[in-house]
Design a binder for this molecule. Structure first.
Ligand code: RIB
Ligand code: CA
Length: 306
């Protein structure tokens, strides 16, 4: 089978951890590189967490490159209230022996993309700072990027601000660069993330399934992205699910932009479904997901892990 080569840009982050696990063990995906960016917690912590995950999964052959430790312009804001101070509260990982490579994330992504025989899919599941820097510093990479499938944004309300989703809201200027880059783009936002729930029965089911299920259960007990008893939001796994099972989603071609100047609305994504702005479509935006089918997919995906 021809695998899809991907680069994951991440800020683990409990939901990131599950998305990474699913990607690492799915036979349709080839994770070429993981890059880290300040997001849920600081750059050093998200990098350490990424290395812990690769050690836990026996995948220390996958290079990890560190990226931006802050947004392009705005002050950095973490999400430790959701993921805990460490960023992956609830599970004691063995100390990693692997270290991040010397190349920074932007240079590492450029090398991986330009050296790839086939176009690479970028899967940002964190603030878009690294991706924006890549596209601005090395625009030639656009010729060998298949598409960008990102977790972020919202066609409706926010989870960071009234109208802003965290990944976009932390660095809206970076998002603006990515949205206007001309690269094929799919936004997998809160409109599906809020419905991509792991219910208590799912957590109990995966708990004894394997190493990954055991880790997930422990992390879920501390994860504040929703509630253990009424449903935990697997935001980042929806980006992986879109790659592997797009039929779970309802998506439309539309014009996507991000507000940069509103004193109360900066960071909100504008999904112009009715064409009010008169601009050409520049993105596919996911507007709905089959929640029951996502839950089945998620549990099956964990079963494919170790
Ligand atoms: O809004 C959800 C996103 O913000 C997810 O990527 C989560 O990990 C946090 O980074
Ligand atoms: Ca994330």
């Amino acid at each position: 089978m021809n695998k899809r080569s991907i680069i994951i840009d991440t800020d683990p982050g409990i939901d990131d951890a599950l998305a990474i696990a699913i990607a690492l063990f799915n036979e349709e995906l080839d994770v070429k590189l993981i890059t880290t960016v300040a997001g849920n917690v600081g750059l050093n912590k998200v990098t350490y967490n990424t290395l812990c995950l690769l050690k836990y999964f026996g995948k220390e052959n996958i290079p990890v490159a560190m990226g931006a430790d802050r947004p392009l312009i705005r002050e950095y804001e973490d999400a430790s209230s959701v993921h805990g101070k460490s960023g992956m509260e609830g599970f004691d990982f063995e100390k990693p022996t692997q270290t991040a490579i010397k190349e920074n994330a932007v240079d590492a992504m450029r090398s991986a993309i330009m050296e790839s025989e086939e176009p690479i899919t970028l899967v940002p599941i964190a603030p878009l700072t690294n991706i924006a820097l890549l596209l601005k510093t090395y625009p030639e990479v656009k010729n060998n990027i298949k598409e960008i499938v990102l977790m972020g944004g919202s066609a409706s309300r926010g989870n960071k601000g009234v109208m802003s989703e965290y990944n976009i809201g932390v660095d809206p200027e970076a998002a603006h660069i990515v949205f206007h880059s001309g690269v094929k783009l799919t936004m997998v936002g809160l409109d599906v993330g809020l419905k991509a729930l792991v219910l208590p029965e799912d957590s109990e089911h995966i708990k004894g399934m394997n190493k990954t299920g055991k880790m997930a259960y422990c992390l879920f007990k501390k994860y504040r992205g929703g509630s253990f008893n009424t449903g935990l939001k697997m935001y980042d796994s929806t980006a992986i699910a879109y790659l592997l099972k797009p039929e779970l989603f309802e998506a439309v071609e539309t014009y996507l932009d991000v507000e940069l100047h509103g004193s109360m609305t900066h960071g909100c994504t504008l999904v112009d479904l009715k064409g009010y702005l008169g601009k050409a479509n520049n993105a596919t935006v996911c507007l709905d997901i089959n929640g029951d089918e996502f839950r089945k997919w998620f549990v099956d995906a964990i079963e494919k892990c170790i």
